[in-house]
Design a protein around this ligand. Structure first.
Ligand code: NAD
Length: 433
């Protein structure tokens, strides 16, 4: 069976290669010619552990090819997956322009009835509108299916093969059955529902996880004020199976290409539907506030930051990815620069000089030692193993008084770090006294 995948970012590339691996004949298309040229040479432009080998392996088998949009005059596959970006607009709503362009392209070039499957995260109600705007007027009777994606960057392959669930939304039984059969090799519960519910499941999942993070961050902030320790609190509450232990690490907040934009979009959807989603607004506010904590600690400990040397460890929004979209590190670097600090930043995968980090005055170093050289303070913004397992005795020798470490991810052993001679601050770990 022939399948076209439109949009080859984190989600689309994984979908293309995952389906090719199941034996389908896949053609992957992207508007970005540079990406297509790289893929045609079996190179990938994102960092995702194991994905490059997986792409090479499947490209060699011959059932995975890539092309530019212009080169394809007609789409003769049975199924088209759409995995284009749905970034935030300034009012928080999801920008659906990439999706609209992709759908126009598909409908214009279709040479037979298609099952169009949207993997992109789109606001509830989008599928219904797409049917009205594009599909009802099309030359063929296309079916529409919503199949939101739940992969986590950094472990996308694992999430493809062992997802928690597969959600398929559609009003056409034949189409939903066709799409669920594509996943027959994958052992996971399949939730079949209507399009709008499928779309809402994705937002509800991300909003709930973001809520857990902001909730535990609020408890951590209260720990810092009362003398409790967030590590003990989490250990104590997570034994309750109704609560569980995941997504309860306090820190400088969530970032990335999904949580921030999806939570904002859900807030916007609520507002536009006449409902003020107060809980979600608080989740957003708490998350925005967490990023200020390292700056507040530094100002409290050192006074003016002007001329102070600060090392920021980590640019990616989380370990094992090169994604810096809405990463807390970027905002923290810009806040530091705004305070007049001299900032050096290092990330094991992200080359800050090459990637557009929007931090004009920061220096991005090639290794950790350059970044921390003579630093007055270090802020750990991403919990890469390289940082967690650092020789902190050695680090101490490179830094200068007052030797501050702010562990923005609560992954270091504060007692050990303090014994070395650092002033170590975490989030809610009773380290501020
Ligand atoms: P991305 O920005 O990495 O990739 C989108 C790709 O679509 C880009 O390569 C872009 O060039 C291409 N594109 C844009 N317009 C196009 C068009 N008209 N035709 C063909 N290609 C086009 O985005 P992503 O991170 O892969 O996310 C895609 C969608 O999946 C978003 O809606 C996102 O919210 C959702 N999602 C992302 C993740 C994640 O972890 N990245 C997880 C789950 C869901």
């Amino acid at each position: 069976m022939k399948i076209t995948v439109l949009g080859l970012g984190y989600v689309g590339l994984l979908t293309a290669v995952g389906l090719a691996n199941s034996g389908y004949e896949i053609i992957g298309l992207d508007v970005d010619i540079r990406k297509i040229q790289m893929l045609q040479n079996e190179n990938i432009y994102i960092y995702e552990p194991g994905l490059d080998e997986f792409v090479k392996e499947n490209a060699k088998k011959g059932n995975l090819t890539f092309d530019t949009l212009e080169n394809v005059s007609c789409i003769d596959s049975e199924i088209v997956f759409v995995a284009v970006g749905t970034p935030s607009q300034s009012n928080g709503s999801a920008d659906l322009s990439q999706l609209n362009n992709a759908l126009e392209y598909v409908v214009d070039r279709a040479s037979n009835p298609l099952t169009i499957v949207v993997k992109s995260t789109v606001p509830p109600g989008t599928g219904k509108k797409i049917k009205e705007i594009y599909l009802e007027k099309a030359s063929f009777s296309h079916s529409y299916v919503s199949n939101p994606e739940f992969l986590r960057e950094g472990q996308a392959l694992k999430d493809w093969f062992y997802p928690d669930r597969i959600v398929i939304g559609g009003d056409d039984r034949e189409a939903t059955t066709l799409i669920s059969h594509l996943y027959k090799d994958i052992n996971a519960p399949i939730v079949i529902t209507d399009v709008t519910t499928a779309e809402m499941i994705k937002y509800a999942s991300n909003a709930f996880l973001a809520t857990k993070i902001s909730f535990i961050n609020e408890i951590a902030n209260l720990c810092d004020l009362t003398g409790a320790n967030i590590d003990g609190v989490v250990q104590g509450v997570s034994h309750d199976p109704r609560i569980g232990g995941s997504f309860l690490r306090a820190g400088i907040g969530y970032g990335g290409s999904c949580f921030p934009k999806d939570v904002r979009a859900l807030d916007f959807i609520s507002t536009i539907n006449g409902h003020s989603f107060e809980l979600l607004k608080a989740v957003i506010n708490v998350n925005n506030r967490q990023r200020f904590i390292p700056i507040q600690i530094l100002k409290r400990e050192m006074g003016l930051l002007s001329g102070k040397k600060i090392a920021v460890l980590g640019l990616a929004f989380k370990p094992n990815t090169d994604d810096i979209r809405e990463a807390p590190s970027i905002e923290i670097i810009n806040l530091l620069i705004g305070e007049g600090a001299s900032v050096k930043a290092y990330d094991p995968i992200v080359d800050g000089t090459e990637k557009n980090c929007y931090c004009q005055e920061a220096v991005f170093t090639k290794n950790i030692w350059e970044a921390i050289h003579e630093a007055h303070a270090i802020i750990l913004t991403t919990e890469w193993d390289e940082f967690v397992n650092l020789d902190w005795f050695e680090v101490f020798k490179y830094t200068q008084s007052p030797h501050i470490i702010i562990d923005g991810r609560n992954v270091l052993q504060p007692r050990l770090i303090k014994e070395i001679g650092f002033k170590c601050f975490g989030i809610g770990r009773n380290t501020h006294r």
